[in-house]
Structures are given as C-alpha cells and as structure tokens.
Design a protein around this ligand. Sequence first.
Ligand code: NAD
Ligand code: DAU
Length: 352
Amino acid sequence: MEKTIVITGGAGFIGSHLVRRLVNKYPNYQIINVDALTYAGNLQNLSDIENKPNYTFVKADIANEQEIEKLFDLHKIDGVIHLAAESHVDRSITDPMAFIRTNIVGTTILLNAVKKHWNGNFEGKRFYHISTDEVYGSLNSTSGQFTEETSYDPRSPYSASKASSDHLVRAYYHTYGLPIVISNCSNNYGPNQFPEKLIPLAINNIKNKKTIPIYGKGENIRDWLYVEDHAAAIDTIFHHAKIGETYNIGGNNEWKNIDLIRLLCKILDKKLVRNQGESEKLITFVKDRAGHDLRYAIDSSKLQHNLGWNPSLNFEEGLEKTVDWYLNNETWLNEIVSGNYQRYYEQQYGNR
Ligand code: NAD
Ligand code: DAU
C-alpha cells in the first residue's frame, strides 16, 4: 500500500461519502475508518464497500487516549482526515459537554498522537481537520460572505467547540510544526444524512404526512452544498493544499429555510403524486432555536482559484437526487427510527 490514511467519523454522513470516494478512487491507499459509532454513526452507510481489501473499520473513541494510542501503535499512519464530531447544533444546546469532550478533547488527543508518532518526521504526512463555516458566527444582512480572513465569532456550544478545535490544530502547526490543513464548509445535504437535520427531517415528515417544524419565521439563511461535492473538495485539499492553509468550501447557494422547505414540498408533491400545495400545509412555525444564527454565506474563491475545485450540481438537481434517495431507501430510514442500525456493527463485525 502506498499510504495509510485514517478517516475519523467515517460512519457518519459526510465521512461515509468521503470513505467511499477514497476507497474506490485510490486502491493503493489503505483507508482506516475510525468511528465510535455514536447515535450518528451508521455502518450501513458503507455496506457497499465494507469488504474491499483497502478498507478497514476500527471502532474507537477519539476522546479515549488508550484507544487512539493503540490505533497508532498498530498502524503506520501517513495521514489523518478528521471528521469525527458531535455535529448537531440543537443537541449542543441541551448537552454541551458531549461537544467539549469529542470536538475539543478528542481533537487534541488525535493531535498528540500524530505529534508523538510522527516524531518530527513530517515528510509525506498530513493532518487535515474538517471544520464548519459556523465558527465565523452569523451574518446579519443579506450581503457579505465569510472569507478565510473573517474573525472567529462562534455563537453556539457546537460552533464554539469547533472553533476551539480549529485553534488547537493551528496551534500545533505553529508550535510543533505539525503538517496541518483546515477547511470550513457550509451546510451539506444529500443521501445518508441523519434525519435530525433540516432536509432529511422534512423529507421524512412530508412522506409520513407529519408536521414540518420551522424555527422562528423561517427567515434564516443557509448556503447548501451537495455532500459529494464536499467529499470531492476534501479529496482535492488533502492532496494539493499548502501545509498550514485554510480553505472555505461552499455552494454559493443561499436559501431562506422557508423557501427551501416550500421547494421540497413541491418536489415531494410531484414524486408522491399528491395535489400541488398539499405538503405545504404541513409547515408549522415553532419556537426559535436559542441564539439562532441568521445567515451563513461562504466565499470559496480561494479553493476554486488555487486548487480548481467547483461544485458539480445545482441545487434543484441535488435536491431531486436527495429526495429520490430517501424515497428509495426506506429501510435505511426505518432502521434509524427503530434503532436497529446500531446492531449492524455486532452483526457484521462480532466482538472485534
Ligand atoms: P455526523 O454527525 O453525521 O457524523 C459524525 C460521526 O462521528 C459519526 O459517525 C459518529 O459516530 C462519529 N463520532 C462522534 N463522536 C465520536 C468520537 N468521540 N470518536 C469517534 N467517532 C465519533 O456528522 P457530519 O454531518 O457528517 O459532519 C462531519 C464533520 O463535518 C464534522 O466535523 C462537522 O463539524 C463537519 N461539518 C459538517 C457539516 C454539515 O453540514 N453536516 C458542514 C460543515 C462541516
Ligand atoms: O453550516 C454548517 C453546519 O450546518 C454544520 O457545521 C453542522 O454540523 C450542520 O448540522 C449544519 O448546522 P445547521 O444548524 O445550519 O443545520 P440544521 O439542519 O440543524 O438546520 C438548518 C436550518 O434549519 C437552521 O437555520 C435551523 C433550521 N431548522 C432546523 C431543524 C432541525 C428548522 O427550522 N427546523 C428544524 O427542525
């Protein structure tokens, strides 16, 4: 094998798309998916590639030093692409400590492990930290975008924990010379997203004729990117970025929540052969999220100009693909609702 790459959080939404891409595209890389399989981790996301010879799954908690030490003792690791995180803003409001533990302590444990095991020999090595546009805070008007120079101003326990982890990654670059790269991406959507997030939650509720909860007045704006375009950007950055650099990733695709949900309702009315306007009746305005950031918008021109990445899908195409995937993968959704997806690990991997 040419390289051994650890991907943390590979059983989650974005991680599983990235693992599949790298396993299929680089047969001479050994890809090790390191995931604790929290509620958000689902190995069924990777059932199509789990028997490939260049793929290994290791169940480990990044916030457990012994488990991470064991991983680095057993494998000669050339690169880490770090996605494992608590990722849902609403959960961070009710349980901030889980976010501190995984996102801050877990990231630092990984940094310490690479620092110790690479031991100053950084030739061909890379620690790539996947972060979010939420570290930049909230844009309060309809103009302006976050650039790589925008000051950090996180406002939720989730974004504050991600901002802390970004700072630690940069600190290990400046202090110890670790070969790091960071990217900050906007909202992802697509297949395999856990149905607690807006788009899959709305698809599932519309399908089941349940109300669609819209926080506040639905005026908040997000910049949406198809998950496979994010995976492609990560692939490009991992291979071509300059060490120590930060890259913003976004779709240049801003939508007010209410407009996005109305579009989803239209698409689903058509696909489910319902009268146009039927699903919109499910929209229900509910109490706003505490500290709800008004608007995110990403300027990804540095990545586009310097490394040649561009989003490949427009939003309507991406949403159609996403809706089709959820409608055609009822078992995946039902297994999540029933909790059965969490037994997949024991069934496939036994007591390893
Ligand atoms: P996700 O919640 O779907 O998946 C997270 C994965 O991490 C899960 O498989 C989970 O089991 C694993 N994990 C959690 N805690 C762990 C721990 N202590 N040790 C090992 N594994 C653990 O998340 P996602 O939406 O795929 O996001 C992945 C990364 O991308 C995160 O770092 C997130 O901050 C970042 N990000 C997400 C988005 C988005 O829109 N979803 C946008 C920008 C950046
Ligand atoms: O911007 C990148 C971030 O995008 C990532 O870092 C996070 O991991 C990811 O979860 C996402 O955060 P958001 O909070 O923007 O995503 P979420 O899907 O939870 O919400 C999108 C918008 O929809 C937000 O304005 C809140 C609103 N919303 C959300 C839910 C779940 C609702 O109105 N109703 C809902 O039920």
